[in-house]
Ligand binder design. Structure first.
Ligand SMILES: [Zn+2]
Length: 307
């Protein structure tokens, strides 16, 4: 009993000392910046910023791509932008509806930013909001304080959609890979593509129950047609097309071409998953051990359901 009483205050100390991850803005090219978050899980330390974000400094203010998972996370992103420019954030564009893409919207809207997304992205945000807040409570505890889900208020219909601000042109197009309504943001002038949760490098991509590997593969092929010079992936370091191909494109091709094909041919699922559990070309990627089998499982189910 005595031991326990000593342990508790120590643990409380560790708990407060952990919250110190500060996102850093790195220049991609010209006036385009990326903020590359850690590869691991959401934590009180990273405030749910375990993903990538980006911003473009224009003559008429800053365009932020994705707003972080919480109010505190959004404040940290804002601080990272301040190290580069004093211009206000005029626009926030959400590439998706996963928590880290949009739950910081409310903070930036309060500061005067217009929050926009493709129409289906915003619709999915509204649908998943409560469930995501609930999920984050488990990882972040009290660091979730003040977070209020605000789905994008300006919704863009159709697609692809072209936007212009301060002499910069952005093109949004649906990918529908990780969550329904996910999109990318393409900067034709700079040749930079913010892929949202379509591309993962350095770590294995995650296939969620909401994901479609068929859409992922299709979107990846569309991405190749753009010939981007710089790719800011959803997770992992800024990369080129060759690395995106190796670490994500080839994996979508495997999930569709091998696992999807096995499901279509009504081969037994467990035996199929066993057969492909060891893939040397992806094994070096972080999270491979925890995600690969579940990814194959979900890809299999997607194709089985399509029968
Ligand atoms: Zn993500």
């Amino acid at each position: 009993m005595r031991k326990l009483m000593i342990l508790v205050p120590l643990l409380a100390l560790v708990g407060t000392a952990r919250a110190d991850y500060q996102p850093v803005a790195e220049q991609v090219v010209d006036n385009v910046y990326a903020i590359v978050g850690p590869l691991g899980q959401r934590s009180p330390d990273n405030d749910g910023l375990n993903a990538n974000f980006g911003f473009i400094v224009t003559a008429e203010g800053v365009i932020l791509i994705d707003s972080g998972a919480t109010r505190l996370g959004a404040e940290k992103l804002s601080k990272a932008i301040r190290t580069v420019t004093d211009q206000p954030v005029r626009w926030v564009i959400n590439t998706g509806s996963q928590d880290h893409r949009w739950l910081g919207n409310d903070f930036f809207a309060e500061q005067g930013a217009e929050v926009m997304a493709m129409a289906r992205t915003a619709a999915t945000q509204a649908q998943v909001a409560q469930q995501q807040i609930h999920g984050l409570e488990r990882f972040l505890g009290e660091r979730l304080q003040g977070t209020r889900p605000l789905p994008a208020t300006k919704t863009l219909v159709g697609g692809p959609v072209t936007l212009e601000l301060g002499g910069e042109t952005l093109e949004l197009a649906y990918t529908d890979a990780h969550f329904p309504g996910d999109a990318w943001v393409w900067l034709p002038k700079q040749g930079v593509l913010f892929t949202g949760d379509l591309i993962f490098v350095d770590r294995l991509l995650g296939v969620l129950p909401t994901s479609s590997v068929r859409n992922g593969q299709k979107a990846f092929h569309g991405l190749e047609q753009l010939h981007p010079g710089h790719i800011v992936p959803g997770h992992g370091r800024v990369c080129n097309l060759a690395q995106a191909r190796r670490e994500t494109g080839d994996y979508y091709d495997f999930l569709v071409g091998t696992i999807g094909a096995a499901a279509t041919e009504m081969e037994p699922m467990d035996a199929t998953l066993d057969r492909y559990s060891d893939l040397p070309q992806f094994k070096h990627l972080e999270n491979y051990d925890s995600l690969h089998r579940a990814n194959m499982n979900r890809a299999f189910l997607e194709f089985e359901a399509a029968q």
